[in-house]
Design a protein around this ligand. Structure first.
Ligand SMILES: *Cc1c(COP(=O)(O)O)cnc(C)c1O
Length: 218
């Protein structure tokens, strides 16, 4: 796992050194869902900072003590967030990538104020307009973003997407980048094990990588 992560870091460093236009700050989120702390701990001990989970309940069983003992670790919530789990998510996570409704944003706002936190948020974009997919459609993003930032004063740092399996990811990633620029956001959360290189080419700043680091999930 440690070697896999090192290889990824080398590949990304190589991209940066070859292309001056690439911003120098692509960060790897090691997506540790389904893997035990035994598998995750070596990465923490090697100094890796960003880790991602997609279920609040699983994260609660794994992370509370670890983040107390490793204050530099940053946890990213990547999955669908139910409003009844927000209280726990807000306690654990530093970033939430799946903000996709005003109702959810309001709940995050209420819970984080109680414990004096200011979570970094990504708006999830339903980039391929899939019917069953979470996220805000591209044509509603500007209104949604403006509501969160101007009215609710929330800390929105970027946009996140999970392109459809059979979509043209070039088009998806390019649309994401254009919207990021339009909204003046600094971050883009896109790219997974299979498409992180392309995502970086299109300006991703956080790649979310699971199986390429930890191996296949059951
Ligand atoms: C599981 C997951 C990933 C990582 O997927 P891999 O293909 O294993 O790299 C990234 N993003 C989200 C939202 C996920 O749920």
């Amino acid at each position: 796992m440690h070697n896999n992560l090192n290889n990824l870091q080398e590949i990304i460093k190589e991209i940066h050194s070859k292309d001056n236009n690439q911003n120098n700050s692509v960060k790897i989120i090691a997506v540790s869902k389904t893997f035990s702390m035994e598998k995750i701990m070596p990465l923490i001990e090697s100094g890796h900072i960003h880790f991602g989970e997609n279920k609040v309940q699983e994260a609660q069983t794994k992370w509370p003590n670890v983040i107390i003992q490793n204050r530099n670790v940053k946890l990213h919530m990547l999955g669908k967030l139910q409003t009844n789990k927000v209280k726990y998510a807000v306690e654990l996570f530093d970033y939430i990538h799946s903000v996709d409704s005003i109702k959810l944003a309001k709940k995050i706002d209420i819970e984080q104020k109680k414990i004096n936190k200011n979570i970094k948020l990504f708006i999830q974009v339903n980039i391929d307009n899939e019917e069953q997919k979470n996220g805000i459609g591209l044509n509603e993003i500007e209104t949604f973003h403006s509501h969160l930032v101007k009215e609710m004063k929330m800390n929105v740092i970027g946009l996140m997407c999970i392109p459809s399996l059979n979509s043209n990811t070039d088009i998806a990633f390019d649309r994401m980048r254009q919207m990021q620029v339009k909204l003046g956001l600094s971050e883009l959360s896109m790219g997974m094990s299979s498409d992180y290189l392309k995502a970086i080419k299109f300006g991703s700043t956080f790649v979310r990588i699971g199986s390429k680091i930890f191996g296949k999930r059951n």
